[in-house]
Write a protein of this length. Structure first.
Length: 411
């Protein structure tokens, strides 16, 4: 048997394994209801610390990050926690990165210190932090299967990885944090779109806001993109160019929908001239998006599968990888700025799913950090047959990289 045949069998076997794994993922997600719980949700939020007023000052010196959440909080216990249910309203607060806390002698737990703020106090503190950082702010929106703990940890890592000196905000929507709850996450993400777009509108119109670096992971892209489009259409001063640097990591978005509807508005000629751009990180080895691809029936923006077999055959005949990417908007090609840049990380995927290369794979971490800091053409990229698509090459055998140290992972 030839090498090509063996490789094909390996790919088929891998796809079959993940298809089998997808069955319980889909079945459990579709038929298992979300349990309400044994405590009325109104009881969770009744304590005063769940609803602070302006008279309660929150000192952010030990909690450097900001959060906005539509999750239901549990304020009945000693330490506030954020649950996976939908909350009664959007809440604001401050948090710190993961810390080990001793609950009893000899036993510690890893936790996220947090405190809620009055919304006016929160916005005032954010504005002050932005003014000290030339108006730059980083906004992170997580994806599927996340808890408040995991998304807070990732926000902390992103800020450290990019050495970001301005304020960092995470927007935490009620993901279930569970493998078999993808349909529930999808439902809650769409439910939360109104909340997020109102927040993004307010952030974009804040006088001290000069540049929003907007990062989304996975399913979070489907919350981000229509909200940016909404702000573009409705911002009161007519200028939404402060949302300039949009980074979509492993986006679980329909590729054709992105090309036809979303990119046309968000990456219009005028907005690109005002420095608006989108960077997409994609991988054909992203197993999570492979499942989403199977589930939805059409390719995901972050998973460059060729839906058209004739296009795939043409690429193969030209001795090119059989990968199909979102097209660059034609109307933006005349602008002497890159509107859409796609980075293929297939060769250097890490982790069990290949879905979080931006926090796990050293070359991707380096590229991602450079993009967060405004670089348009970081070193290390390889050109492809498409002007707007670049690949991060395979790591040579003699190059020993400490991925955890480079990506600044501490856990």
């Amino acid at each position: 048997m030839g090498i090509a045949s063996r490789e094909m069998l390996k790919r088929l076997a891998s796809k079959a394994r993940w298809s089998i794994l997808a069955l319980p993922w889909l079945i459990a997600g579709c038929v298992t209801p979300v349990e309400y719980g044994k405590i009325p949700h109104s009881d969770y939020v009744a304590p005063e610390r769940c609803n602070p007023t302006g008279s309660v000052k929150v000192d952010g010196s030990d909690k450097p990050f900001f959060f906005v959440t539509s999750r239901l909080p549990d304020c009945l216990t000693e330490n506030i926690s954020l649950l996976n249910h939908r909350g009664d309203k959007v809440r604001y607060g401050r948090f710190a990165g993961p810390r080990d806390v001793e609950r009893e002698p000899g036993k510690t737990v890893r936790t996220i210190p947090l405190a809620f703020s009055d919304s006016q106090q929160w916005w005032a503190q954010l504005a002050s932090k932005m003014k000290a950082a030339d108006g730059r702010v980083l906004l992170y929106v997580h994806g599927y299967r996340e808890t408040f703990f995991s998304s807070s940890r990732d926000t902390d890592q992103i800020a450290r990885l990019a050495n970001f000196t301005g304020p960092a905000i995470q927007y935490s929507w009620p993901s279930q944090g569970a493998l078999f709850k993808y349909p529930v996450d999808e439902t809650n993400m769409y439910w939360d779109e109104r909340n997020f777009r109102k927040f993004l509108m307010q952030l974009a119109q804040l006088e001290s806001t000069k540049e929003i670096i907007l990062i989304s992971h996975s399913l979070g892209a489907r919350l981000v993109l229509p909200s940016v489009e909404y702000v573009d259409r409705n911002v009161s001063n007519g200028d939404s160019s402060v949302i300039s640097n949009i980074i979509l990591v492993s986006p679980d978005v329909d590729t054709q929908d992105f090309e036809r509807d979303i990119a046309e508005e968000i990456l219009s000629d005028r907005r690109v001239r005002n420095d608006r751009r989108i960077t997409v990180y994609a991988s054909i080895n992203d197993r999570a998006l492979s499942l989403s691809d199977n589930y939805h029936g059409y390719p995901r923006l972050g998973y460059p599968r060729c839906f058209n077999p004739f296009e795939a055959a043409d690429l193969k005949a030209r001795n090119l990888p059989e990968r199909c990417y979102a097209k660059h908007p034609k109307y933006a090609q005349a602008v002497d700025k890159a509107a859409l840049t796609i980075i293929d990380t297939s060769a250097i995927s890490r982790g069990s799913s290949g879905h979080s290369n931006y926090l796990l794979s050293a070359p991707v971490c380096r590229d991602f950090a450079a993009v967060v800091n405004g670089e348009r053409k970081p070193d290390g990229r390889q050109a492809t047959h498409l002007e707007h698509v670049f690949a991060l090459p395979r790591i040579s055998e003699d190059e020993k990289l400490d991925h955890l140290a480079i990506c600044r992972r501490t856990e």
